[in-house]
Ligand binder design. Sequence first.
Ligand code: SF4
Length: 109
Amino acid sequence: MASLGPKFGSQLNAAHTPGGVLVAATMADMTWQARAACRGPQARAFFPPGAGERRHERAEREQRAKAICAQCSVQTACLEYAVSIRERHGVWGGLSESERRAMLKTVDA
Ligand code: SF4
């Protein structure tokens, strides 16, 4: 399997495979990831640094990520994927984790 790049490669392999959820998800059509606008160094904007991120820094980082998402041709597929696996971290499909949680509460209600 080809590398999915910094965002998908490292995040998926390191954080999600042990839970097993991703394994099933990756069996689905994941070809959209090859067209992700967040591949490359800008992937750092999509996840918080290890520690110590202040509220305004987080807001600025998420805005940078969302600006990239707004230009991404696979935003819908990305958001559907993140919601389907209940992704808890990072900006996916133009929504932060808190925004996805709020959306899921609405859907689940
Ligand atoms: S919508 Fe955003 S997070 Fe999803 S693939 Fe595109 S740039 Fe990456």
